[in-house]
Write a protein that binds this ligand. Structure first.
Ligand code: SF4
Length: 374
């Protein structure tokens, strides 16, 4: 995996969703898959292989704080709520192109796990390695093609170093193709230890977060908000399906009064429904986890298909493997507290805002040629 004409440090960040898809294909457990993938990438010349579950901890923590702040400030701004998640670039593209001015004020500004990883690698890790950001070539392994679009957004390009936070995105299917081209079976590889971004912690095994295969945004923000805003410790989050299993809601109630009203809307059918509610000013939710793919990221367009297994059966297997990984609360992830202090100069700092948040832009509709009068 040489970068033509340049000596650069090659860093690969693997998403937990891609790992689960490969685990299902090779009939491995997720930990072995992570270690064997590390061995494969290192054989190809990568210097470090990281897990984007680490960067997701920052994305979740920033989402939690942002929601509480916007909930508390809702009286000041009509557009503060609902907060809509923004980690799915398929949804963001649609929102910016189709309903920019309506939706953008509602989008969470927290960067997605991929783009937080971009900041971690090109800023924190580059400093650790005493390299400028352009001397690192950062590749991510993701469950969909839309992540390529996300990485190429101008917001994630450093003018100073003339480099992107994520230089190249490959899908799970493209990793599979690469294995095939190299004549390598993942199962046959000797496992290699996982790398850790933070020198004070050692990544012995992959970790994950509770709340489903799309990152668990709803669940983490809900639990945190229930405690922070109402002093309620939520032991179990109960989802109530609405029109279909991809549109569900969660409520926190006290004495018959709804305190928090959250929803998940997956797939464009449900997204359009949500947008209609927003347009009519009849969206009852405080927070919505929005994902473009039906069934969410484990079912992303870049994940592996199995010719001889029914789609539903394969997805269940991928979900089972994804759920096997030990979960931890984002605030308990080793290294996260340390980096908030050492790298970001504290929670809520200007640095945290610059490196862990982003902004969105309505795409002007090109005027139709037909309207031009000659
Ligand atoms: S829901 Fe689909 S398009 Fe969106 S981030 Fe997940 S895999 Fe990608």
């Amino acid at each position: 995996m040489a970068v033509p004409g340049q000596q650069r440090l090659v860093v690969i960040s693997v998403s937990p969703q891609s790992r689960a898809s490969l685990a299902a294909r090779f009939q491995l457990n997720p930990t072995d898959t992570a270690r064997k993938l590390t061995a494969f990438f290192k054989k190809l010349g990568a210097h470090y292989v990281f897990d984007t579950a680490f960067s997701r901890s920052f994305s979740l923590l920033e989402s939690q704080r942002e929601f509480v702040r916007r909930f508390r400030g809702q009286a000041d701004s009509k557009q503060a709520l609902p907060v809509l998640t923004s980690a799915c670039p398929g949804w963001i593209c649609y929102a910016e192109k189709t309903h920019g001015s309506l939706i953008i004020p509602h989008l969470s500004t927290a960067r997605s796990p991929q783009q937080v990883m971009g900041s971690l690698v090109k800023d924190f890790f580059a400093q650790q390695q005493r390299l400028s950001a352009d001397k690192i070539y950062h590749v991510t392994v993701m469950p969909c093609y839309d992540k390529k679009l996300e990485a190429s957004r101008p917001d994630f390009f450093s003018q100073e170093h003339q480099t992107r936070d994520v230089d190249c995105v490959i899908t799970t299917g493209e990793v599979f193709k690469l294995l095939h081209e190299e004549g390598v079976s993942l199962s046959a590889l000797e496992p290699a230890p996982l790398d850790s971004l933070c020198s004070s912690t050692s990544a012995q095994e992959p970790t994950s977060h509770r709340g489903g295969g799309s990152g668990g945004y709803l669940e983490h923000v809900f639990r945190h908000a229930a405690w922070e805003l109402f002093g309620v410790h939520v032991t179990e989050v109960t989802y109530r399906p609405l029109r279909n299993k991809d549109f569900q809601e969660v409520t926190l109630e006290r004495e018959g009064r709804v305190l928090l009203h959250f929803a998940m809307a997956y797939g464009f059918r449900n997204i359009q429904n949500l947008v209609q509610k927003l347009k009519r000013g009849r969206c009852p939710y405080h927070y919505v986890e929005v994902m473009a793919c039906p069934a969410g990221c484990l079912n992303g367009g870049g994940q592996l298909k199995a010719p001889d297994t029914a789609g539903k059966e394969l997805l269940q297997d991928v979900e089972r493997l994804y759920g096997m990984v030990r979960t931890e609360a984002p605030e308990d992830t080793p290294g996260v507290r340390e980096l908030y202090g050492r790298w970001l100069q504290g929670e809520g700092s200007e640095r945290a805002s610059r490196l862990l948040h982003t902004s969105y832009h309505a795409v002007e509709k090109a005027s139709s040629n037909l309207s031009i009068r000659w």
